[in-house]
Design a binder for this molecule. Structure first.
Ligand code: SF4
Ligand code: SF4
Length: 433
């Protein structure tokens, strides 16, 4: 296919309510639940019921698949291995830890004395041992990206957070600007690259203002404002904007590695203090929440506790008038319960008003095709999926869908067309095996 420049549209941000309240730490829940699932990979528990664990202790692994490692996010006792709701929309076996409120750290969490002399290989090993994954939603183990043989010119830090309602990255960067610069610099050294580019949306001028006082110490860092369109944070779009290059498989083909901003801040702690991935920022937002806020919480915290800290739901939520979404409203997953846990990929839970004025059928308006950033015809793909026509799905390039959610967002009939296209892409992948 001839390369066509990706496109995007302006969508309403709805971030202000959450943005104006500083991020809060909520670091001592009574229980956490460390899920035995990361992306689609099942993990093996390394602890048993009755064991005492410390913060940072290895509790679950999968050495065969990308050496996934999960660490206890609080100290206390393992009280059960039980199923809890997860952002995947399923109940997932998880290690329940009851907090002893002693905040006991594993012995390996201590200041790294030789930060400046760490080699590329040592930095990558730190990423791997700390279980660092992409906190922007992908959850891909970060060390795999850095084991590339390709020549990397730059590390791009994705601070765009382009979906409506999401503000946790914004808060995390403005709270820890120098940690972002340090973490990004460690990534640059781990890639043997020459520079770091931090991409952010132009309207988030507070990000630039927070980073500016430190930039003279980091001459290899460039700030790259991106205009306010969706899906500007989509990796391919971002790489194209920054490098003017495109690629088919991985950004390394264009000489770059892309990491989310929260991942870089987490990596700074992993390098300097040997702290594994045990906590993340999350936004609880939407018209259904009394006081939308962002929090920094241990992995495994229950979302329902965060909703309580937000003052609960507006008018106790009139039934059927609100939707819960795990993740952003464009790419997240509809859920029916707030009893899920915060896992590594969950950056938001949104409670938004359900759509009104639903028409029963496709109007044939073509708006979904107009907005598609990769020039697909979502209605045709939906029909091909419904007919299970794998060849037609291939002809229609269903595999190119980036699941950005724009076709559902724009549809006047509120048809869940993204879901149909994603299923078509999945069918094509399975059919093509
Ligand atoms: S979800 Fe897929 S088909 Fe729909 S607009 Fe995005 S890329 Fe296009
Ligand atoms: S935007 Fe909705 S109504 Fe319009 S063509 Fe696409 S699916 Fe049909």
């Amino acid at each position: 296919m001839i390369f066509q420049k990706a496109k995007g549209i302006h969508i309403e941000g709805r971030k202000e309510a959450c943005k104006k309240i500083p991020i809060k730490d909520y670091l001592s829940p009574k229980y956490v639940y460390m899920p035995l699932l990361q992306r689609a990979t099942n993990l093996k528990a390394e602890v048993s019921v009755g064991d005492e664990v410390k913060i940072g202790q290895l509790v679950a692994t999968n050495e065969q698949q990308m050496n996934i490692r999960v660490h206890a996010s609080i100290s206390g006792k393992v009280t059960a291995i039980k199923k809890v709701w997860h952002s995947s929309g399923k109940m997932v076996d998880s290690i329940e830890i009851e907090n002893d409120f002693k905040n006991q750290l594993i012995e390996t969490i201590k200041k790294e004395e030789n930060v400046d002399s760490l080699t590329r290989e040592q930095l990558i090993t730190k990423m791997e041992l700390a279980g660092i994954t992409g906190l922007g939603g992908a959850g891909f183990p970060t060390h795999i990206k850095y084991k590339t043989k390709a020549k990397i010119d730059a590390v791009i830090i994705n601070a765009i957070e382009c979906e409506p309602y999401l503000t946790c990255d914004f808060h995390f960067i403005t709270k820890y600007p120098e940690k972002l610069l340090k973490g990004a610099t460690y990534f640059m050294r781990a890639a043997d690259a020459q520079k770091v580019v931090i991409a952010y949306k132009t309207y988030n001028h507070q990000i630039r203002e927070a980073l500016q006082p430190f930039l003279s110490k980091y001459p290899h860092v460039e700030l790259h404002p991106i205009k306010n369109i969706y899906p500007a944070g989509w990796e391919k779009y971002l790489v194209e904007q920054v490098t003017k290059k495109t690629y088919n498989g991985l950004p390394a083909e264009a000489g770059v590695i892309v990491n989310n901003s929260a991942t870089a801040i987490t990596f700074c702690d992993a390098v300097e203090m040997n702290i594994p991935l045990i906590a993340r920022p999350i936004s609880i937002n939407g018209e259904g929440i009394n006081h939308p806020s962002s929090f920094y919480v241990p992995i495994g915290t229950k979302v329902s506790e965060l909703v309580e800290l937000c003052g609960g739901y507006v008018n106790n939520l009139e039934p059927l008038k609100y939707n819960y979404i795990a993740g952003g409203p464009m790419t997240g997953r509809a859920i029916f319960i707030d009893d899920l846990i915060v896992n590594d990929t969950l950056g938001a839970v949104i409670v938004k008003k359900a759509s009104e004025g639903v028409y029963p059928e496709c109007l044939g308006c073509g708006k979904c095709a107009d907005v598609c950033p990769v020039y697909l015809t979502p209605t045709e793909i939906k029909k091909a999926f419904e007919r299970k026509d794998v060849k037609l799905l291939d002809d229609l390039n269903a595999n190119k869908c980036v699941e950005c959610g724009l076709c559902s967002y724009i549809c006047p009939s509120h048809i869940e067309i993204t879901e149909a296209v994603a299923k078509g892409k999945d069918l094509l992948r399975k059919g093509a095996k």
